[in-house]
Design a protein around this ligand. Structure first.
Ligand code: RIB
Length: 337
């Protein structure tokens, strides 16, 4: 018999013990007398028994699913991360179930409850705010978690993220290196850590440049429509009052600004206003004016999140923080055709 076909019952018969004794040797060896434990281990070796991890997961009341909660399922950034996590999970026979918080903490909390009720193997979460207490309680009840797109307290959880302060700095410095001096940062709620860090990075680049300034606009959402509204407000200004370089906290906002400036008015990008986004989603390169952006390694984020979760499941007391570097992708919306 090969190891996969040997059952716990076969081992129990070989060792002349009850099936429950074999299960205890595998899961709670401290509960079994040494002599019996030795007989069971000898039978496992002789028969080449290989435990069925999936069965163990199910027996332990663990499903083969991973819960993933993202900030905005309408943002291609998150769907790209989710797809990568799904591919990585499938390699271990697991599946990913996606929940969308919509940047709403109550909805986020509802999904955390739901995934706990579903006894998921673990939770991947791109949090709205600070979920440390909530996720610690979840972990203490046996559901490990990994923060995605947000660095964690290294004493609490593992996380995979991108250094958004560097990303914001790269975006603003790119505009400044092109000679733009009247910048605007169009972000979402500053309570979202990603937005906050991108703004800080941009402000650092501006502070290093004599004669440069940057207005900050905080939109309620990081969507195309919010970008359209922000673009309308800026386009209504006189030329002297208008920014000559705009950095948006993500590509959806930037695409909305682009629509407002070019489709509804005769402003030219980048001649009148240089424009850069963040994420480098697929639509960025195919925009009517190919959009410059700060690329995040979305496939790496998704894959690494699943790897970190597997580590948390096998070693709950060890946590690891993985931080990737963003990359400037210059296209026509800043450097011209
Ligand atoms: O959800 C807001 C932004 O944070 C996304 O566009 C992506 O950049 C994430 O990091």
């Amino acid at each position: 018999m090969n190891g996969q076909s040997v059952s716990v019952k076969d081992v129990a018969q070989r060792a002349n013990v009850a099936v429950g004794t074999v299960s205890n040797v595998l899961n709670h060896p401290e509960r079994v007398a040494e002599e019996k434990r030795k007989r069971v281990l000898a039978a496992i070796r002789e028969l080449g028994f290989v435990r069925n991890d999936a069965a163990r997961q199910l027996r332990a009341g663990r499903s083969r699913t991973i819960g993933l909660i993202v900030l905005d399922v309408g943002n291609p950034f998150f769907t790209s991360v989710a797809r990568a996590a799904e591919d990585a999970a499938a390699e271990t026979g697991s599946a990913v179930v996606l929940g969308n918080s919509g940047q709403d903490e109550d909805r986020e909390s509802h999904y955390i409850d739901l995934f706990e009720e579903q006894r998921v193997q673990g939770l991947l979460i791109s949090p709205v705010g600070d979920v440390s207490d909530r996720v610690m309680a979840l972990r203490d009840r046996g559901v490990p978690a990994v923060l995605v797109d947000r660095i964690a307290d290294p004493t609490l959880f593992s996380s995979v993220s991108v250094d958004d302060t560097v990303g914001g700095y790269l975006a603003a410095r790119h505009l400044l290196e092109l000679g733009r001096r009247r910048l605007a940062f169009i972000g979402g709620p500053d309570s979202i850590r990603q937005v906050h860090d991108r703004r800080l990075g941009a402000e650092r680049a501006v502070a290093e440049t004599p004669g440069a300034g940057m207005e900050v606009f905080e939109e309620k959402e990081l969507t195309v429509l919010a970008g359209r509204a922000a673009g309308d407000r800026l386009a209504a200004r006189s030329k002297a009052e208008r920014p000559d370089g705009i950095f948006c906290a993500n590509d959806l906002l930037a695409l909305g600004v682009m629509q407002s400036l070019t489709m509804l008015r005769d402003l030219r990008i980048p001649d009148d206003v240089a424009l850069i986004g963040y994420d480098d989603i697929d639509f960025a390169s195919s925009a009517v004016v190919p959009l410059s952006s700060i690329r995040q390694p979305t496939r790496l984020l998704g894959q690494t999140a699943v790897e970190l979760l597997a580590e948390e499941i096998s070693h709950p007391d060890k946590h690891r923080q993985v931080v990737y570097e963003p990359e400037l992708v210059a296209r026509a919306s800043t450097v011209g055709a």
